[in-house]
Ligand binder design. Structure first.
Ligand SMILES: Nc1ncnc2c1ncn2[C@@H]1O[C@H](COP(=O)(O)OP(=O)(O)OP(=O)(O)O)[C@@H](O)[C@H]1O
Ligand SMILES: [Mg+2]
Length: 447
């Protein structure tokens, strides 16, 4: 039986919600505020939290991360779409507008719980799959990629700090995960922080945590990501975006193996392995005084450089085939293949967005293709960026971005959350919402 924690201060709503959930076979815990929830003894077995946004004391979004790995659904009054969007940004899995419709609420709950079950199964599956590939899920046999794989195998078992560099979309995050999964720390968490996605003034408190009252919005003491990664690895993505001050504090941790929460008097020992990634030229940033030289040397103990896709020769074809198979499975369109001229066009193209661009091009083609064979008309490669291949005029499909957007959303919206959709489209959730409005593609009911 799944257990749901309701955090809601209005008794009438809380009771109604509890009865509804209990009638549908859920076990329910209740609290009137985040602080009260924090005190509950039975928290551990909770599978989902439903929290009102406006509560006495800390807002409902503070329930995010209260119990590790437990999703939080935020309830907001109908009018405040903006606050709903904000709470999604902070990591809520979904939001429900009040007054809520019973069926919609139950559907949301069921979906979030089902996703959580799936994620757990996936994790178990992934560890099985990992055993059968040199580097889990990474396709490539070109010489530069073989060197990358060898490097990964060499550095993974050590505790050395690794800096992964490469153009955007070349697979830096995959490499970071592979290093963690092949290390002795693999049973402990890999904690990811995207330095570009966090407002600069919050980076320190994210990394180091803070004590209660350290600053105005610090209602509770909070563990930082470094502490959360204790015993495991911390992946600092887009490290080139750290402010100079945050760089200085990070350096301290690396030198002493100690952290101090913002507002705290004492330091604490931690044992983490750092993996960092950036698409920026850190050498250049160092020479422009935008990146600390001492930190750079500490991070750059081992460097793994990912080659751009255009330098990977025949890998393009192998990747295209692998990504095609994956898209076909996901979109339930089995048995598609790439026409010879489509493969030629792909091999002659520059791929400024690297593997990510290839992935999107394939997926778009699978969505739009009416037959079993994908020709180069469906690939929409930017002809100007193609190196000329004799006998191939790189015909462009006359397909607007809007048509693509519509097709993508309509096909995926039943099996993806809005957050996942936005991520795959490479836009923010807010932008997705606005575009839905503008193009008249409403979000389906019950999600
Ligand atoms: N060698 C590979 N084999 C299979 N898939 C790959 C490979 N490299 C990258 N991908 C896929 O391409 C996409 C982009 O990879 P990833 O997010 O790791 O790139 P990145 O370098 O971190 O990009 P960015 O700089 O934009 O953050 C992902 O979906 C990833 O699964
Ligand atoms: Mg990345």
């Amino acid at each position: 039986m799944s257990r749901i924690l309701i955090i809601e201060d209005e008794t009438i709503i809380r009771n109604a919600l509890r009865r509804l959930l209990e009638r549908n076979g859920y076990e329910v815990l209740e609290a009137e505020s985040v602080e009260e929830a924090n005190e509950l003894e039975e928290l551990d077995g909770t599978d989902l939290v439903i929290a009102d946004l406006r509560l006495p004391g800390a807002p409902g979004t503070k329930a995010i991360g209260l119990i590790p790995d437990v999703p939080v659904l935020i309830m907001t009054s109908f009018a405040s779409v903006r606050s709903a969007v904000d709470s999604m940004k902070q990591g809520a899995v979904d939001y429900i507008a009040k007054p809520f419709n019973h069926d919609e609420l139950l559907l949301s709950v069921e979906r979030v719980l089902a996703e959580r079950r799936l994620a757990r199964q996936n994790r178990a599956l992934k560890s099985d799959v990992a055993r059968s590939y040199p580097v889990a899920g990474m396709v490539g046999r070109s010489r530069p990629m073989r060197e990358v794989f060898q490097r990964i195998d060499k550095v993974a078992p050590t505790n050395a700090t690794v800096l992964v560099v490469g153009e955007s979309g070349t697979g830096k995050e995959l490499v970071a995960r592979a290093i963690h999964e092949k290390s002795q720390r693999c049973a402990a968490p890999l904690v990811v922080m995207n330095c570009a996605a966090i407002p600069p003034n919050l980076i320190e408190s994210e990394l180091f945590g803070h004590e209660k009252g350290a600053f105005t919005s610090a209602v509770n003491a909070q563990q930082g990501l470094i502490e959360a990664a204790d015993g495991g690895s911390l992946f600092l993505d887009e490290i080139g975006e750290l402010t100079l001050e945050a760089q200085a504090r990070l350096l301290r941790v690396m030198e002493d193996g100690e952290i101090r929460r913002v507002g705290a008097a004492h330091t604490k020992k931690v044992d983490i392995r750092l993996i960092a990634a950036t698409h920026r030229d850190l050498h250049k940033m160092v020479s422009e005084n935008a990146f600390r030289e001492d930190l750079f040397f500490r991070l750059n103990v081992m460097e793994i450089q990912l080659p751009p896709l255009r330098e990977r020769g025949k890998d393009v074809r192998e990747l295209a085939e692998a990504l095609l198979q994956r898209s076909c499975l996901q979109l339930n369109k089995p048995g598609m293949r790439l026409a010879a001229e489509a493969i030629d066009a792909m091999c002659g193209y520059d791929w400024p967005g690297n593997v990510r661009e290839l992935e999107h091009a394939i997926e778009r083609a699978v969505i739009l293709c009416d037959s079993d064979v994908i020709g180069c008309d469906l690939l929409v490669l930017n002809a100007r960026r193609s190196r000329q291949i004799p006998g191939n005029d790189n015909t462009r499909a006359d397909l607007s971005l809007e048509e693509y957007f519509r097709a993508f959303v309509e096909i995926h919206q039943d099996d993806m959350t809005e957050t996942q959709l936005a991520k795959r489209l490479g836009i923010s959730r807010k932008a997705l919402w606005e575009r839905r409005q503008r193009l008249g593609i409403p979000r389906p009911k019950g999600r």
